[in-house]
Design a protein around this ligand. Structure first.
Ligand SMILES: NC(=O)c1ccc[n+]([C@@H]2O[C@H](COP(=O)([O-])OP(=O)(O)OC[C@H]3O[C@@H](n4cnc5c(N)ncnc54)[C@H](O)[C@@H]3O)[C@@H](O)[C@H]2O)c1
Length: 334
């Protein structure tokens, strides 16, 4: 029998998850689409086949004919919905962040630990992206020697909202970088410093962070949500013997009028489509077998991203180098 999945939140991310489940995930069935706005849920359910429609996420989570849940509603709804999934013994793939604060993530961790099994996968999909996978493989196979530094650049055309702040760049955009750099290096962070240079207009400027890991490596992260020219993610890992950089897939090059050019995407969706598919495939495997993905982020990783973001916000406000201190990791996540 197919694994019956409910999606909560039928916006941009919910639509992509629905598309993947209905077209690219053999063994999975989109059972229910839930959104606060019924017409959005109905439109997505129709686009993806014949799923039921709901506006009440808690009754959806409780349904006997729902085996697993994908949470793709806004950030502030995640913690309560994930808690409800844990209560109803439903494995959940939660879009980042797990919760708005580290303290709330710890409550989820406590509930999950009480179940004595992992229930929660976090949507840090970059871990599944082929370019990051190859970077990690180069490092793990000792091709470039010991890692020394990792440079990360995350640029969007413009901020998602007019009232977007530098703090939100740290708590909302940077967690992808916090998670993937920590995953590739296999080391926890120790300190963070944050800076935000000002331009001539009133737009929120870039945020530039320098993290020091417990193993002594340096990680710098630029989050530039008003880069104007396109969606652009870059990364380079420097080892003692060499370096490895991410390539963004581009499918064509235009030669015209004495110049050669490629195009940038408007946003992240095309860049990471295959990563989302692989992530959801690992989630399905987890639901069907109980075996948690070796690659995916779990609740502990979600908590670590919160702790790092909170220290990053403090570093920006105080212009100080702020220590990153984690709670004791429960054995469930080792
Ligand atoms: N992994 C990634 O790369 C990535 C990229 C973008 C967004 N996200 C995350 O995905 C989540 C959704 O982002 P989005 O861009 O799709 O947002 P969106 O605003 O396009 O969609 C959210 C949807 O949730 C619905 N909703 C709100 N409250 C709800 C509730 N209580 N129950 C059910 N539905 C509810 C809204 O009506 C809306 O349709 C956010 O948490 C965001 O941070 C992740």
């Amino acid at each position: 029998m197919n694994t019956r999945i409910a999606i909560i939140g039928a916006g941009i991310m919910g639509a992509d998850h629905g598309d993947i489940i209905s077209k690219e995930l053999p063994g999975a069935k989109l059972q229910v689409v839930c959104d606060a706005f019924e017409e959005r849920a109905t439109a997505l359910a129709k686009a993806c086949g014949d799923a039921d429609v709901s506006t009440d996420p808690y009754s959806v989570i409780a349904r006997k004919d729902v085996d697993a849940v994908i949470v793709a509603s806004p950030d502030h709804t995640h913690a309560e919905l994930v808690m409800a999934c844990i209560e109803h013994n439903k494995p959940v793939l939660c879009e980042k962040p797990l919760a708005p604060t580290a303290a709330e993530s710890l409550k989820i961790i406590k509930a999950e630990v009480a179940c004595t099994k992992q229930m929660v996968q976090i949507g840090f999909m970059r871990r599944f992206d082929q370019s990051y996978r190859e970077m990690k493989s180069v490092l793990d196979n000792n091709v470039i020697g010991q890692p020394l530094m990792m440079h990360n650049f995350h640029r969007n055309v413009e901020t998602p909202a007019a009232d977007f702040t530098a703090d939100m760049a740290i708590t909302n955009s940077a967690p992808h970088e916090f998670d993937v750099a920590r995953f590739i290096l296999g080391s926890e962070y120790k300190f963070i410093s944050s800076f935000s240079p000002k331009g001539g207009n009133d737009k929120v400027g870039p945020v530039f962070m320098v993290l020091e890991t417990q193993a002594g490596q340096l990680v710098n992260i630029e989050i530039n949500n008003n880069a104007s020219y396109g969606y652009d993610v870059r990364g380079e890992l420097i080892g003692e013997k060499g370096a490895v950089s991410l390539n963004s897939p581009t499918y064509t090059t235009l030669d015209l009028k004495l110049s050669k050019s490629t195009q940038y995407a408007q946003d992240w969706r095309a860049r990471y489509r295959e990563a989302y598919r692989r992530q959801n495939n690992d989630f399905l495997h987890f639901v069907q077998t109980g075996e948690f993905s070796k690659i995916a982020s779990n609740s502990w990783d979600g908590y670590c991203a919160n702790v790092t973001a909170e220290a990053g916000v403090k570093a920006l406000a105080t212009s100080e180098r702020v220590a990153i201190e984690y709670a004791q990791m429960p054995a469930l996540y080792k």
